[in-house]
Design a protein around this ligand. Sequence first.
Ligand SMILES: *Cc1c(COP(=O)(O)O)cnc(C)c1O
Length: 434
Amino acid sequence: MGRTAGFRMNPIRVIPLRVDPSPEQTMERFDPIAALARARHEFGEHGGVNMSIETSTTFTVLDPHQMPELFSGHLGPETGRDGCYLYGRHFNPTVYVLGRQLAAIEGTEAAYCTASGLGAISSVIVQLCGHGDHVVSSATIYGGTFALLHDFLPAKTAVTTTFVDTCDLAAVEAAMTDRTRILYVETLSNPTLRVADIPKLAAIAHRRGAKLVVDNTFSPLIVSPARLGADVVVHSMTKFINGASDFIAGAVCGTKVLINSMMDVHTGALMLLGPTMDPRAAFEISMRLPHLGIRMMEHSRRAQTFAERLSERGLEVVYPGLPSHPQHELLRTLMNPEFGFGGIFGIQIDDPERTNRLMQCLQNEQNFGWIAVSLGYFDTLMSLSAASTSSELDPDSQKAAGIAPGYLRVSIGYSGSIEQRWQQMVRALERVGM
Ligand SMILES: *Cc1c(COP(=O)(O)O)cnc(C)c1O
Protein backbone atom coordinates (compact mmCIF):
# COMPACT_ATOMS: atom_id res chain seq x y z
CA MET A 1 0.00 0.00 0.00
CA GLY A 2 1.58 3.26 -1.07
CA ARG A 3 1.34 6.22 1.22
CA THR A 4 2.89 9.55 1.83
CA ALA A 5 3.69 10.22 5.41
CA GLY A 6 2.95 13.72 6.61
CA PHE A 7 6.30 14.15 8.26
CA ARG A 8 8.06 13.76 4.93
CA MET A 9 6.15 16.69 3.51
CA ASN A 10 6.38 18.65 6.74
CA PRO A 11 9.49 17.54 8.59
CA ILE A 12 9.89 18.88 12.09
CA ARG A 13 11.54 22.22 11.81
CA VAL A 14 13.23 23.53 14.89
CA ILE A 15 13.21 27.28 14.52
CA PRO A 16 16.25 28.81 16.18
CA LEU A 17 15.15 31.56 18.52
CA ARG A 18 17.55 34.29 19.53
CA VAL A 19 17.38 33.66 23.22
CA ASP A 20 20.58 33.56 25.19
CA PRO A 21 19.69 35.65 28.25
CA SER A 22 23.26 36.79 28.73
CA PRO A 23 23.61 40.14 30.55
CA GLU A 24 24.47 42.05 27.35
CA GLN A 25 21.49 40.60 25.53
CA THR A 26 19.02 41.42 28.27
CA MET A 27 20.20 45.03 28.04
CA GLU A 28 18.96 45.32 24.48
CA ARG A 29 15.23 45.74 24.20
CA PHE A 30 13.34 42.50 23.73
CA ASP A 31 10.29 42.80 21.51
CA PRO A 32 7.89 39.90 22.21
CA ILE A 33 5.50 40.59 19.35
CA ALA A 34 8.33 40.83 16.84
CA ALA A 35 9.58 37.48 18.17
CA LEU A 36 6.10 35.99 17.77
CA ALA A 37 5.87 37.24 14.18
CA ARG A 38 9.22 35.57 13.43
CA ALA A 39 7.99 32.28 14.93
CA ARG A 40 4.67 32.25 13.10
CA HIS A 41 5.39 30.76 9.75
CA GLU A 42 3.51 27.50 9.92
CA PHE A 43 1.25 26.87 6.95
CA GLY A 44 -1.59 24.41 6.56
CA GLU A 45 -0.86 21.25 4.63
CA HIS A 46 -2.62 22.68 1.53
CA GLY A 47 -0.82 25.99 1.86
CA GLY A 48 -3.59 27.52 3.92
CA VAL A 49 -2.72 30.69 5.78
CA ASN A 50 -3.50 28.84 9.01
CA MET A 51 -1.74 25.71 10.17
CA SER A 52 -3.59 22.40 10.00
CA ILE A 53 -4.74 20.64 13.14
CA GLU A 54 -2.96 17.32 13.66
CA THR A 55 -5.37 15.27 15.74
CA SER A 56 -3.54 11.94 15.61
CA THR A 57 -2.60 10.47 18.96
CA THR A 58 0.00 8.20 17.37
CA PHE A 59 2.40 8.56 14.46
CA THR A 60 3.84 6.13 11.95
CA VAL A 61 7.54 5.53 11.62
CA LEU A 62 8.64 4.59 8.10
CA ASP A 63 11.85 3.05 9.37
CA PRO A 64 11.33 0.74 12.34
CA HIS A 65 14.88 1.48 13.54
CA GLN A 66 13.70 4.97 14.48
CA MET A 67 11.40 3.67 17.21
CA PRO A 68 14.07 3.06 19.88
CA GLU A 69 15.67 6.41 19.07
CA LEU A 70 12.34 8.17 19.59
CA PHE A 71 11.84 6.42 22.94
CA SER A 72 15.33 7.25 24.12
CA GLY A 73 14.73 10.91 23.27
CA HIS A 74 17.55 11.03 20.70
CA LEU A 75 15.17 11.80 17.85
CA GLY A 76 12.19 14.15 17.77
CA PRO A 77 11.25 17.74 18.56
CA GLU A 78 13.70 19.79 20.64
CA THR A 79 16.52 17.29 20.09
CA GLY A 80 18.04 19.13 17.15
CA ARG A 81 17.58 15.96 15.07
CA ASP A 82 14.53 15.79 12.85
CA GLY A 83 12.44 12.69 12.94
CA CYS A 84 8.82 11.84 13.22
CA TYR A 85 6.61 12.23 16.23
CA LEU A 86 6.07 9.40 18.70
CA TYR A 87 2.83 9.68 20.64
CA GLY A 88 0.47 12.54 21.46
CA ARG A 89 1.26 12.74 25.18
CA HIS A 90 4.90 13.20 24.24
CA PHE A 91 4.79 15.73 21.42
CA ASN A 92 1.96 16.61 19.05
CA PRO A 93 2.83 18.83 16.06
CA THR A 94 0.00 21.33 16.63
CA VAL A 95 0.68 21.62 20.36
CA TYR A 96 4.37 21.89 19.54
CA VAL A 97 3.77 24.86 17.23
CA LEU A 98 1.87 26.67 19.99
CA GLY A 99 4.76 25.86 22.32
CA ARG A 100 7.24 27.47 19.93
CA GLN A 101 5.03 30.56 19.75
CA LEU A 102 4.97 30.78 23.56
CA ALA A 103 8.75 30.37 23.62
CA ALA A 104 8.96 33.25 21.14
CA ILE A 105 6.85 35.67 23.17
CA GLU A 106 8.66 34.76 26.40
CA GLY A 107 12.10 34.77 24.78
CA THR A 108 12.97 31.26 25.96
CA GLU A 109 14.62 28.47 24.00
CA ALA A 110 11.61 26.17 24.27
CA ALA A 111 8.14 25.85 25.75
CA TYR A 112 5.57 23.14 26.25
CA CYS A 113 1.82 23.66 26.47
CA THR A 114 -0.27 21.86 29.05
CA ALA A 115 -3.92 21.13 29.77
CA SER A 116 -4.02 23.74 32.56
CA GLY A 117 -1.93 26.36 34.31
CA LEU A 118 -1.77 24.26 37.43
CA GLY A 119 -0.68 21.27 35.34
CA ALA A 120 2.28 23.35 34.16
CA ILE A 121 3.09 24.70 37.64
CA SER A 122 2.86 21.37 39.47
CA SER A 123 4.93 19.61 36.79
CA VAL A 124 7.72 22.18 36.99
CA ILE A 125 7.88 21.98 40.78
CA VAL A 126 7.89 18.18 40.80
CA GLN A 127 10.53 18.14 38.05
CA LEU A 128 12.92 20.51 39.81
CA CYS A 129 12.45 19.21 43.37
CA GLY A 130 13.36 15.82 44.74
CA HIS A 131 11.90 14.21 47.84
CA GLY A 132 12.49 16.45 50.85
CA ASP A 133 13.64 19.49 48.85
CA HIS A 134 12.59 23.02 49.64
CA VAL A 135 10.84 25.92 47.89
CA VAL A 136 10.84 29.59 48.83
CA SER A 137 7.64 31.17 47.57
CA SER A 138 5.98 34.53 47.59
CA ALA A 139 3.20 34.65 50.19
CA THR A 140 0.91 36.32 47.63
CA ILE A 141 0.26 33.75 44.97
CA TYR A 142 -2.72 32.16 43.24
CA GLY A 143 -4.73 30.13 45.77
CA GLY A 144 -4.37 26.84 43.89
CA THR A 145 -0.59 27.21 43.75
CA PHE A 146 -0.60 28.09 47.45
CA ALA A 147 -2.57 24.93 48.27
CA LEU A 148 -0.22 22.84 46.12
CA LEU A 149 2.86 24.15 47.96
CA HIS A 150 1.30 24.48 51.41
CA ASP A 151 -0.80 21.32 51.67
CA PHE A 152 -0.44 18.88 48.79
CA LEU A 153 3.31 18.66 48.17
CA PRO A 154 4.43 18.37 51.82
CA ALA A 155 1.98 15.50 52.33
CA LYS A 156 2.78 13.67 49.10
CA THR A 157 6.42 14.45 48.37
CA ALA A 158 7.95 15.96 51.55
CA VAL A 159 8.72 19.07 49.46
CA THR A 160 8.22 21.94 51.90
CA THR A 161 7.76 25.64 51.22
CA THR A 162 8.64 28.75 53.18
CA PHE A 163 6.31 31.63 52.27
CA VAL A 164 7.81 35.10 52.46
CA ASP A 165 7.08 38.62 51.32
CA THR A 166 9.25 38.47 48.20
CA CYS A 167 9.36 42.29 48.06
CA ASP A 168 11.57 41.95 51.15
CA LEU A 169 14.80 40.68 49.57
CA ALA A 170 16.48 40.14 52.94
CA ALA A 171 13.60 37.88 53.98
CA VAL A 172 13.98 35.92 50.72
CA GLU A 173 17.72 35.53 51.29
CA ALA A 174 17.14 34.38 54.88
CA ALA A 175 14.57 31.78 53.82
CA MET A 176 16.87 30.04 51.31
CA THR A 177 18.42 26.78 52.54
CA ASP A 178 20.83 24.25 51.07
CA ARG A 179 17.78 22.24 50.01
CA THR A 180 16.08 25.15 48.23
CA ARG A 181 15.65 24.27 44.56
CA ILE A 182 13.05 26.87 43.56
CA LEU A 183 12.34 30.50 44.29
CA TYR A 184 8.74 30.95 43.15
CA VAL A 185 6.96 34.25 42.42
CA GLU A 186 4.24 35.76 40.27
CA THR A 187 5.31 38.78 38.20
CA LEU A 188 2.21 40.61 39.40
CA SER A 189 0.91 38.78 42.42
CA ASN A 190 -2.64 37.59 42.67
CA PRO A 191 -4.66 39.49 43.81
CA THR A 192 -2.67 42.41 45.26
CA LEU A 193 -0.51 43.12 42.20
CA ARG A 194 2.81 43.36 44.03
CA VAL A 195 5.63 43.43 41.47
CA ALA A 196 8.44 40.88 41.66
CA ASP A 197 11.92 42.36 41.30
CA ILE A 198 12.91 39.60 38.90
CA PRO A 199 16.58 40.56 38.31
CA LYS A 200 17.32 40.77 42.03
CA LEU A 201 15.35 37.61 42.85
CA ALA A 202 17.19 35.75 40.06
CA ALA A 203 20.52 36.84 41.53
CA ILE A 204 19.54 35.52 44.97
CA ALA A 205 18.28 32.22 43.55
CA HIS A 206 21.34 31.70 41.37
CA ARG A 207 23.77 32.46 44.20
CA ARG A 208 22.14 29.63 46.14
CA GLY A 209 21.99 27.20 43.22
CA ALA A 210 18.21 27.48 42.92
CA LYS A 211 16.00 28.26 39.92
CA LEU A 212 13.73 31.30 39.71
CA VAL A 213 10.29 30.18 38.51
CA VAL A 214 7.94 33.03 37.56
CA ASP A 215 4.19 32.79 36.95
CA ASN A 216 3.56 35.45 34.28
CA THR A 217 -0.20 34.84 33.93
CA PHE A 218 -1.20 38.42 34.83
CA SER A 219 1.34 40.11 32.57
CA PRO A 220 1.92 38.32 29.25
CA LEU A 221 3.95 40.59 26.89
CA ILE A 222 4.02 43.31 29.58
CA VAL A 223 6.96 41.69 31.36
CA SER A 224 9.38 39.14 29.84
CA PRO A 225 10.69 37.40 32.99
CA ALA A 226 13.16 35.11 31.20
CA ARG A 227 14.83 38.16 29.67
CA LEU A 228 15.28 39.54 33.17
CA GLY A 229 16.91 36.43 34.60
CA ALA A 230 14.08 33.97 35.39
CA ASP A 231 14.91 30.34 34.61
CA VAL A 232 11.36 29.14 34.03
CA VAL A 233 8.21 31.06 33.10
CA VAL A 234 4.83 29.41 33.66
CA HIS A 235 1.44 30.53 32.42
CA SER A 236 -2.19 29.86 32.93
CA MET A 237 -3.20 30.46 29.31
CA THR A 238 -6.80 30.17 30.54
CA LYS A 239 -6.57 33.90 31.25
CA PHE A 240 -5.27 36.73 29.04
CA ILE A 241 -3.39 34.59 26.53
CA ASN A 242 -6.51 32.77 25.36
CA GLY A 243 -8.71 35.70 26.30
CA ALA A 244 -12.16 34.23 25.72
CA SER A 245 -12.72 32.15 28.88
CA ASP A 246 -13.40 29.05 26.78
CA PHE A 247 -10.24 26.96 27.33
CA ILE A 248 -8.32 25.78 30.36
CA ALA A 249 -4.66 25.73 29.33
CA GLY A 250 -1.13 26.31 30.55
CA ALA A 251 2.49 26.52 29.47
CA VAL A 252 6.02 25.96 30.72
CA CYS A 253 8.69 28.12 29.06
CA GLY A 254 12.37 27.46 29.66
CA THR A 255 15.53 25.94 28.28
CA LYS A 256 15.53 23.01 25.87
CA VAL A 257 17.27 20.99 28.57
CA LEU A 258 14.39 21.62 30.98
CA ILE A 259 11.64 20.90 28.43
CA ASN A 260 13.38 17.74 27.25
CA SER A 261 13.85 16.58 30.83
CA MET A 262 10.13 17.10 31.42
CA MET A 263 9.34 14.94 28.35
CA ASP A 264 11.72 12.11 29.31
CA VAL A 265 9.84 8.81 29.12
CA HIS A 266 11.32 7.64 32.44
CA THR A 267 11.66 10.77 34.54
CA GLY A 268 9.67 13.56 32.88
CA ALA A 269 6.88 15.09 34.96
CA LEU A 270 4.90 16.22 31.90
CA MET A 271 5.29 12.86 30.18
CA LEU A 272 4.40 10.83 33.28
CA LEU A 273 1.81 12.99 35.05
CA GLY A 274 0.20 13.63 31.68
CA PRO A 275 -1.31 17.15 31.74
CA THR A 276 -1.47 17.00 27.95
CA MET A 277 -3.08 19.73 25.88
CA ASP A 278 -5.52 18.66 23.18
CA PRO A 279 -4.34 19.76 19.70
CA ARG A 280 -7.77 21.27 18.98
CA ALA A 281 -7.29 23.57 21.98
CA ALA A 282 -3.74 24.36 20.86
CA PHE A 283 -5.02 25.41 17.44
CA GLU A 284 -7.74 27.67 18.87
CA ILE A 285 -5.34 29.35 21.27
CA SER A 286 -2.71 29.87 18.57
CA MET A 287 -5.36 31.70 16.50
CA ARG A 288 -5.72 34.25 19.31
CA LEU A 289 -2.02 34.96 19.87
CA PRO A 290 -1.67 37.44 16.97
CA HIS A 291 -4.07 39.83 18.70
CA LEU A 292 -2.77 39.27 22.25
CA GLY A 293 -0.73 42.49 22.00
CA ILE A 294 -3.70 44.58 20.91
CA ARG A 295 -5.85 43.05 23.63
CA MET A 296 -3.28 43.66 26.37
CA MET A 297 -2.93 47.30 25.31
CA GLU A 298 -6.68 47.82 25.50
CA HIS A 299 -7.06 45.97 28.82
CA SER A 300 -4.29 48.20 30.22
CA ARG A 301 -5.70 51.42 28.78
CA ARG A 302 -9.07 50.76 30.37
CA ALA A 303 -7.66 49.56 33.69
CA GLN A 304 -5.49 52.69 33.85
CA THR A 305 -8.51 54.93 33.16
CA PHE A 306 -10.69 53.22 35.76
CA ALA A 307 -7.92 53.13 38.36
CA GLU A 308 -7.29 56.86 37.94
CA ARG A 309 -10.95 57.84 38.02
CA LEU A 310 -11.74 55.60 41.00
CA SER A 311 -8.79 56.99 42.97
CA GLU A 312 -9.95 60.52 42.14
CA ARG A 313 -13.27 59.53 43.72
CA GLY A 314 -11.36 58.70 46.89
CA LEU A 315 -11.36 54.91 46.69
CA GLU A 316 -8.26 52.94 47.71
CA VAL A 317 -7.29 51.48 44.35
CA VAL A 318 -4.49 48.98 43.87
CA TYR A 319 -3.05 49.26 40.35
CA PRO A 320 0.61 49.23 39.35
CA GLY A 321 -0.03 51.97 36.78
CA LEU A 322 -0.79 54.46 39.56
CA PRO A 323 2.21 56.38 40.92
CA SER A 324 0.81 55.62 44.40
CA HIS A 325 1.49 51.91 43.89
CA PRO A 326 4.57 50.92 45.94
CA GLN A 327 6.28 49.26 42.94
CA HIS A 328 5.12 51.59 40.19
CA GLU A 329 8.68 52.73 39.48
CA LEU A 330 10.06 49.19 39.69
CA LEU A 331 7.55 47.93 37.13
CA ARG A 332 8.45 50.80 34.82
CA THR A 333 12.03 49.56 34.77
CA LEU A 334 11.01 45.94 34.08
CA MET A 335 8.20 46.28 31.57
CA ASN A 336 7.85 46.38 27.81
CA PRO A 337 6.15 49.79 27.97
CA GLU A 338 3.85 49.61 24.94
CA PHE A 339 1.54 47.12 26.68
CA GLY A 340 0.70 49.21 29.73
CA PHE A 341 0.38 48.12 33.35
CA GLY A 342 -2.07 45.26 32.91
CA GLY A 343 -5.79 44.63 32.93
CA ILE A 344 -6.38 43.99 36.62
CA PHE A 345 -6.94 46.37 39.49
CA GLY A 346 -8.20 45.97 43.03
CA ILE A 347 -10.22 48.07 45.42
CA GLN A 348 -9.46 47.74 49.13
CA ILE A 349 -12.83 47.53 50.88
CA ASP A 350 -13.04 46.59 54.56
CA ASP A 351 -16.56 45.19 54.70
CA PRO A 352 -17.14 42.17 52.42
CA GLU A 353 -20.90 42.78 52.53
CA ARG A 354 -20.35 46.16 50.93
CA THR A 355 -18.27 44.54 48.21
CA ASN A 356 -21.02 42.00 47.61
CA ARG A 357 -23.63 44.76 47.31
CA LEU A 358 -21.41 46.65 44.87
CA MET A 359 -20.79 43.57 42.72
CA GLN A 360 -24.48 42.69 42.76
CA CYS A 361 -25.37 46.15 41.57
CA LEU A 362 -22.62 46.17 38.93
CA GLN A 363 -23.78 42.85 37.53
CA ASN A 364 -27.52 42.63 38.10
CA GLU A 365 -28.54 46.26 37.68
CA GLN A 366 -25.87 47.83 35.50
CA ASN A 367 -24.57 44.92 33.39
CA PHE A 368 -21.09 46.31 33.96
CA GLY A 369 -19.52 42.87 34.26
CA TRP A 370 -19.89 39.45 35.76
CA ILE A 371 -19.35 38.11 39.27
CA ALA A 372 -16.98 35.30 38.40
CA VAL A 373 -13.50 34.09 39.20
CA SER A 374 -10.83 34.05 36.48
CA LEU A 375 -9.53 36.99 34.50
CA GLY A 376 -8.33 38.14 31.13
CA TYR A 377 -11.78 37.90 29.52
CA PHE A 378 -13.17 40.42 27.02
CA ASP A 379 -15.94 41.26 29.49
CA THR A 380 -15.20 42.46 32.99
CA LEU A 381 -14.97 39.79 35.70
CA MET A 382 -15.21 40.67 39.39
CA SER A 383 -14.60 38.66 42.52
CA LEU A 384 -14.21 39.07 46.24
CA SER A 385 -10.73 37.58 46.63
CA ALA A 386 -11.04 36.43 50.26
CA ALA A 387 -14.11 34.35 49.42
CA SER A 388 -12.87 32.96 46.12
CA THR A 389 -9.43 32.59 44.55
CA SER A 390 -7.61 33.46 47.78
CA SER A 391 -9.88 31.43 50.09
CA GLU A 392 -7.19 28.73 50.30
CA LEU A 393 -5.24 31.22 52.44
CA ASP A 394 -6.36 31.35 56.08
CA PRO A 395 -7.29 34.81 57.44
CA ASP A 396 -3.78 35.37 58.85
CA SER A 397 -2.13 34.49 55.53
CA GLN A 398 -4.61 36.78 53.74
CA LYS A 399 -3.67 39.61 56.08
CA ALA A 400 0.03 38.94 55.53
CA ALA A 401 -0.65 39.07 51.78
CA GLY A 402 -2.29 42.49 52.12
CA ILE A 403 -5.78 41.33 51.13
CA ALA A 404 -8.51 43.32 52.93
CA PRO A 405 -11.58 41.21 53.89
CA GLY A 406 -13.64 42.96 51.20
CA TYR A 407 -10.88 43.30 48.57
CA LEU A 408 -12.54 43.47 45.16
CA ARG A 409 -10.50 42.19 42.23
CA VAL A 410 -11.56 43.49 38.84
CA SER A 411 -10.31 42.09 35.54
CA ILE A 412 -11.37 44.86 33.22
CA GLY A 413 -12.78 43.87 29.85
CA TYR A 414 -12.84 45.83 26.63
CA SER A 415 -16.44 45.18 25.55
CA GLY A 416 -18.61 48.28 25.38
CA SER A 417 -17.28 51.82 25.41
CA ILE A 418 -15.21 53.28 28.24
CA GLU A 419 -17.73 56.04 28.95
CA GLN A 420 -20.69 53.63 28.95
CA ARG A 421 -18.83 51.40 31.42
CA TRP A 422 -17.77 54.32 33.59
CA GLN A 423 -21.36 55.57 33.87
CA GLN A 424 -22.45 52.08 34.94
CA MET A 425 -19.68 52.05 37.57
CA VAL A 426 -20.63 55.49 38.89
CA ARG A 427 -24.31 54.53 39.20
CA ALA A 428 -23.39 51.35 41.11
CA LEU A 429 -21.02 53.22 43.44
CA GLU A 430 -23.73 55.77 44.15
CA ARG A 431 -26.22 53.03 44.96
CA VAL A 432 -23.98 51.56 47.64
CA GLY A 433 -22.82 54.93 48.95
CA MET A 434 -19.22 54.81 47.81
C1 LIG B 1 -5.63 30.77 37.09
C2 LIG B 1 -4.25 30.85 37.56
C3 LIG B 1 -3.48 29.69 37.71
C4 LIG B 1 -4.02 28.31 37.47
O1 LIG B 1 -4.28 28.10 36.13
P1 LIG B 1 -5.39 27.07 35.54
O2 LIG B 1 -5.31 27.28 34.09
O3 LIG B 1 -6.71 27.44 36.15
O4 LIG B 1 -4.95 25.72 36.00
C5 LIG B 1 -2.16 29.85 38.11
N1 LIG B 1 -1.63 31.06 38.35
C6 LIG B 1 -2.35 32.19 38.24
C7 LIG B 1 -1.71 33.50 38.52
C8 LIG B 1 -3.68 32.12 37.84
O5 LIG B 1 -4.40 33.26 37.73
